[in-house]
Every structure is written in structure tokens, then in C-alpha cells.
Design a protein. Sequence first.
Length: 470
Amino acid sequence: MKFRTFFLLGMLAGSLIGTITRAQSNDATNKLARDIYKQLIEINTTDSAGSTTVAAEAMAQRLRDAGYPASDVQVLGPNSRKGNLVARLRGTGARKPMLLICHLDVVEARREDWSMDPFQFLEKDGYFYGRGSGDIKDGDAILMTTMIRLKQEGFQPDRDIILALTADEEGGQSNGVDWLIKNHRDLIDAAFILNPDAGDFELDKGKKLLVGIQAAEKLYQDFDVKVTNPGGHSSLPGKQNAIYQLADALTRLEHYQFPFELSEVTREYFRREADIVGGTTGADMKAILQTPPDQAAIARLSESPFYNARMRSTCVATRLEGGHANNALPGMARANINCRILPGHTPDAVQAALEKVIADPKVSVSQIATPGSGLKSNPLSTLQPEVMQAVEKVVNEIWPGVPVVPVLDAGASDGAISRAAGYTTYGIPGVFMDVDDDRSHGRDERIRVASFYSGVDFYYRLIKTLSTPQ
């Protein structure tokens, strides 16, 4: 009896010590993550007045302090304000490296537009606030925390783990992913990329709906639609008027829909989403997967901007300009047409479609050059079993029952640049966001505190799963 009692007491003590140690470890990890998060939000990295170099140097110092050799931590970029951090945790080399990317820059934020200072980190009522809190300094902090934790644990992966925190995803002339690919590809060459700044971890009223893994995204392209004519005095209007001609062209565009089209990624998305959504919407999703697809179901789903954007390319007028004086006939009128193009299609093909729809030789259509890559295509990422199985394993460990769904993002991220350069890229946020409260780019940007700390745990487990010898 004595031995049994002592044995049970020893087992209980060991269990308690293990629980306490894990709790302390989690507390220490969460504190580290919060400290990094706060530091990053309080460094201004806007294009107008900030510097990604300051943020990159601060993170480089943290990595060096954690034991990374200086040779494996570099800050480099095209100029003094647009620095990018590249760091490497060296593995055995049994498998090709994986690359983690996340951008350091944020969109502009004016103090008068916010109820608080956007560049001061604030925790309040279960949320973290600050510019970049959800786009995407939470991701930067999570990846940094994982890199530091793995180093301090002495973890030796079977592949190198590369981290790149970059400039100018939100705008500016010096996109970091593009610059690194063109100037230092050897530093970031990898089998695949994970990007927290894409995909959808959806939360609705506290319920986790799905883990959306971005395997494709649309290509961003602006077009200038323009009409010019001689103009003249407004007291003598004639049949030619640039504003009316442009209005006619825009009306034709308004009523045009690009063809319905599904890819490997979107077919799998709708297949899985159908059971999640259920009801008549779920039935319509199954109906569009038939051969041939049900046209009535396509029409019903197209009424939803969200689903419509995943079934076809879209183009929409976003800006107007015309005339030069109230008492003069307009000699020029123009509109910006913003297009989001499905993978497999090019801006040239979309331009040709716009010209055909407008059907007016007096209306010119031209592509507007944007800073960065000047992409002409945006391929899909194949759903590699290695990555998808790892995500599903970790999701089932942390959030049992939450479905994993491959998605196409209607928006744009650095994944478009990396895919075009030949990298298989997955957008994996790690942080659940409220579907009705996404404040990215907006006033009082925020994310849930609990979601952030869950993301810290998720990415640590995922990266270890993807780099542990099999």
C-alpha cells in the first residue's frame, strides 16, 4: 500500500509539474509574442512617413539575441527606408527549405480618423488595437515568435526554415518579395511558401466556421477607359460629348459578366463549402459542379458578390474624371476600371474583352502600370498533400471538427508575385477573424486577443510538423 501510495503521489506530482511547466512555457511564449506585436505596431511602417527598415532591424536584433548567427540574419533592400528581413534556421537539409513570408508595411492611418492613436498598441475588451493589428503585424509577430522559440528549444528541422519580412505589399515602389526574387533569390529559394496575409480563418459570433487555405488569388489590374474630343463652349452643345460617350461605355460594362469558370481550387472549395453552408445555397453549390453546370444555380450564386467573385473575373468602375470647367464642353472624360482576373487569364485578354463590350472605337482602353511586378499571369498552387495534411493534422489537434477548405482569394497579396515566379504558395492566416468585423485598412483596426494567441500555437505546431523528420 505504501509503495502504491508513493507511486501514485509521484505520478500526480510529475503530472502537476508537467502541467505547470507547459503553462509557464505558454505564458512565456505568449508574452514574447505580445511584446513583439506591440513593438511592431508602434513602429510606423507606412509608405508616406514610416520605414520597414526600422522594423526589420528591430526583428533582426531579436533573432540575434535569441542565438541566430549574424550570417543567418540579414536586412537588405533597395534603399534605406525599404529594408527586408531574411533569416534562416538551418536544418539537416534532408528536404528543400520552406519559406515564410509576411509584410511589415501598413496602410496609412490618420489620428483624426481613429478613436485612439493608430500607432499605439492597445489591449481593450478582449481585442488588440493598432494599425496593422490584423494586416498583418499579427502574422509578423507570430512567425517571429515561432522562429525564436524553435531556436531556443534547440530544434533541428529536417529542412531549412526561412523567414522573410518584407516591404511595400500595401503600396509604394519597392515590393520586398518582388525585389528579393529578382535580386537575392538564392536567399529565399524554397519548396513552398506559407503566407499569413491570405486565406480565411472564419469566425462568426464566436463560432469557428472554417479554415480557408488560399491556394489561388486573382490578378489585380487597372484599366484607363478614356474618351477625348474637341470640347467647346457649353452654350453650343453638339452631338459629341465625352462624358455621355463614357457613360454609355460604362453602362455596357456594368451589364457585362465574364464567363463562369471553376478551377481545381474553386471546385474543391465549393464541394466542401456546400456541406458547411447547407440548405438551398449548399444545393446550388453542388449543382454548379455538375457537367454541365446548372445555369439557374450559377445565376442564384452570382447574386452574392462573395460567391460571384470566385466564379468569374470581375471588372468594376472605381473612379471618374471629366471636363475642366463648368461652362465648357468636356474635352476628356475617363474612368478607372479595376479588374480582378481569374488564374489562367491575362490582362491582355481582359483588355480585349473590355474593348469588345464597349464596342466604340472612340473609347480607348489601356492598362495602367502598377508598382511592383507587372504580372501577366497568376497560376494556381497545387494542393500538395504534404502541406494540406499537415494543416489538417494541426487543425484537428487544436480545433477539432473545423473543416479545412482550399480557397481562391478575390483580393491580392504577395502570393501573386511568388506564384508567378514559380513558388507554390499557400495563404494561411492562423488567426480567426470575425466575418462581420474585419477592420483591416480601416478605423480602429483590431483582432481578438484569444485568436492571436491561438495563432501563435497554430503556427508553431504547423511549422514543426512541416519540418520534423518523417
